[in-house]
Design a protein around this ligand. Structure first.
Ligand SMILES: [Zn+2]
Length: 388
């Protein structure tokens, strides 16, 4: 039996005892970290922001997904357009950008059901054909697929962390393929020449590259998702991944890159240095308000300085229950709006009994109206060629 199974069994055992123990309130009994759910006794004001102050373009959502390294598979819709629109209308979301639209026939289906049926409410990005990446003619085939996606109506290209952390020389076996591998040059160039921005997720929080031990501030998150750990084996460090991403931004100055999850939300100094040296770089904030909100002063200054290049995103997944910080629902957007619009203090960054990415709470940064308009939609509208 592996360590993970043992731990899961352990937590189940603990959970069965949970009610009696909390009821008994025996202060001398040991308490496991999973059971600890402290409630803040701070009498801090709570501002409910039910609707965004200005219309929103959510540039990072996953309404659909298709196969990965194994091939295109069939496209799966996590929610219908109507289900999305109900939340969007309540929350003042003008447009959802569905990044994982696949390619070819899958992409066609997504475009027909989303943007073609509801113009301006949905935008769809295409994805690379990873399963073909070892084919000798891949560079040309992939560039052609980008043109095909553009003709079908895709507005951009999404590159998951598959590139850098999963894709290998023989697709699923062999050496890891680097983000700046030359075989992708025609793909980046095609995207640039067609004015399709590239939304790219490279690397992850630093804790994902460190041992899952008592010093790891994301122990509970990694314990719940051990497959998110890139510690050891042949994985590059997160800085090596980020520097490889910089190489492609350098080599393809006409292509616009949206570095997802703030590029590196734990090191805003590094992100600022990258933004200063690469005018074709942009960032969005999805699934990182936990990081931005625990350094509210630095985050405010960062967004103020780069207010024309920061975009609103959530990484929302309809029904994605196992990642509470990403479930597509009203509550998720209310937390983002509260973070951006208010100066409320010490609140949860995700609707969950225990903060799912780490045990801390966040502070609102109260952006100005001008900054809100830019971050909520103007920057994304400009990049995606949508009307303001
Ligand atoms: Zn995502």
């Amino acid at each position: 039996m592996n360590r993970r199974k043992l731990l899961t069994m352990g937590s189940a055992l603990i959970a069965s005892k949970l009610d009696s123990r909390t009821a008994s309130g025996d202060a001398k009994e040991a308490l496991s970290i999973e059971q600890f759910q402290p409630r803040s006794m701070l009498h801090a004001p709570e501002t409910k922001v039910a609707r965004a102050a200005y219309p929103v373009i959510d540039i990072h959502t996953h309404i659909t997904h298709a196969g990965g390294l194994e091939g295109p598979g069939t496209i799966h819709f996590a929610a219908s357009a109507e289900e999305c629109l109900a939340v969007m209308n309540r929350k003042n979301i003008r447009t959802m950008v569905n990044l994982t639209g696949g390619y070819g026939a899958n992409l066609q289906q997504v475009i027909e059901k989303l943007p073609a049926a509801h113009p301006d409410r949905f935008v769809v990005f295409t994805e690379p054909a990873w399963s073909k990446a070892a084919d000798p003619d891949y560079p040309r085939v992939q560039a052609d697929l980008i043109e095909d996606a553009h003709r079908r109506g895709a507005k951009g290209l999404k590159v998951l962390k598959t590139l850098g952390l999963y894709l290998r020389e023989n697709v699923t076996a062999g050496k890891l393929v680097s983000i700046d591998d030359r075989r992708f040059d025609p793909m980046w160039e095609a995207a640039g020449s067609l004015n399709m921005p590239v939304a790219i997720h490279s690397s992850d929080p630093e804790a994902f590259f460190l041992p899952i031990d008592r010093f790891n501030e994301r122990w509970e998150e990694l314990h719940a998702h051990p497959d998110w750990s890139f510690y050891g084996k042949d994985f590059p460090s997160n800085r090596e991944l980020q520097e490889a991403r910089r190489n492609i931004m350098r080599r393809h100055p006409r292509t616009h890159f949206v570095c997802l999850h703030v590029a590196d939300s734990e090191d805003l100094g590094y992100v600022a240095e990258c933004l200063d040296s690469h005018p074709n770089m942009h960032v969005e904030i999805a699934a990182r308000i936990g990081e931005l909100g625990r350094q509210p002063r630095a985050s405010y200054q960062f967004i103020e300085k780069y207010q024309d290049r920061v975009m609103f995103g959530t990484d929302a997944v309809p029904g994605g229950e196992e990642t509470p910080q990403q479930v597509f629902n009203d509550q998720l957007y209310e937390i983002y709006y509260r973070f951006l619009e208010t100066k409320d203090e010490y609140f949860d960054y995700a609707p969950a009994p225990v903060p799912p990415q780490g045990r801390w709470r966040i502070y609102g940064i109260g952006l100005t109206d001008q900054m809100l308009r830019k971050v909520y939609s103007e920057n994304a509208a400009r990049l995606l060629g949508l009307s303001a």
